[in-house]
Design a protein. Structure first.
Length: 255
């Protein structure tokens, strides 16, 4: 966990506190121009991303925390066998004896890079849906789900809005019909919010920031993926973009 040692030192783990680890936009792919291929045909950029995700899961293990991947786990919908294999290694890690005892569950939602239609029928994440009973994968844009209490001391509920062209409509319906049923209510969203920091400019389009502010009064946390820069949204301390843990391309220079 060398990458996260300074963060963990600041956290000063307290067994009486409840934690959650969230990341997004790791963009797994073996088809990258940012790394060389080894003798087995594996791109060093993919290996580096794998190591980053692996370490982030180890952090969740250390903190005994649920784990969230808020979209764009993959870089594209159609992937080669090497990329799919490394993704499987990551997801299967939650099923090892060590992580079963300490990481209660993981939630993955689809990002815009992972499916090619608004109905979410063609999403690379779908093939991992039954891969691990403790990893919950949501790809349908209108899907809202209550997670079972796998760990008795947690009373969390996650509302998942993966990337889709109707996300603002989905969020408005959620805002209108929301009823609190858990101690902690989480909204997971992958997509743009108007005015969010894209690095070189503010997002000109996206979900209304007014709507996000309204939702922020109802949810304990709104966790977002899509933009690669970590940031709080609208100066709200319970709404944030996870950001990417690695620069993905030259476009991320300012993020």
């Amino acid at each position: 966990m060398k990458r996260f040692e300074k963060i963990l030192q600041k956290i000063k783990y307290n067994k009486d506190h409840k934690y959650l680890v969230s990341i997004s936009d790791i963009h797994l792919t073996n088809d990258s121009s940012y790394g060389k291929f080894n003798s087995d045909g594996v791109n060093e950029d993919l290996l580096n991303k794998f190591d980053i995700v692996d370490e982030s899961i180890n952090v969740a293990n250390y903190l005994k925390a649920p784990y969230v991947m808020c979209g764009d786990f993959f870089d594209k919908r159609i992937n080669d066998a090497i990329t799919l294999n490394y993704a499987a290694l990551i997801i299967s890690k939650f099923n090892t004896k060590t992580h079963k005892e300490r990481v209660p569950f993981a939630v993955f939602i689809a990002g815009n890079h992972e499916f090619d239609d608004s109905e979410g029928k063609h999403c690379v994440l779908n093939q991992y849906n039954f891969f691990n009973t403790r990893v919950f994968i949501y790809t349908l844009p209108f899907f809202v789900e209550h997670l079972p209490n796998i760990r008795t001391d947690l009373n969390y509920r996650f509302h998942c809005v993966p990337a889709n062209k109707n996300s603002e409509k989905t969020l408005r319906e959620l805002n209108l019909n929301f009823v609190r049923k858990a101690n902690k209510e989480f909204l997971l969203f992958h997509g743009p919010i108007q005015g969010a920091d894209m690095g070189s400019m503010k997002a000109p389009d996206g979900v209304s920031p007014t709507l996000i502010s309204e939702l922020a009064t109802k949810f304990d946390w709104i966790i977002c993926g899509d933009f690669h820069k970590f940031q709080y949204v609208n100066n709200l301390k319970n709404v944030y973009y996870c950001g990417s843990l690695k620069q993905m391309n030259m476009g991320d220079m300012f993020q």
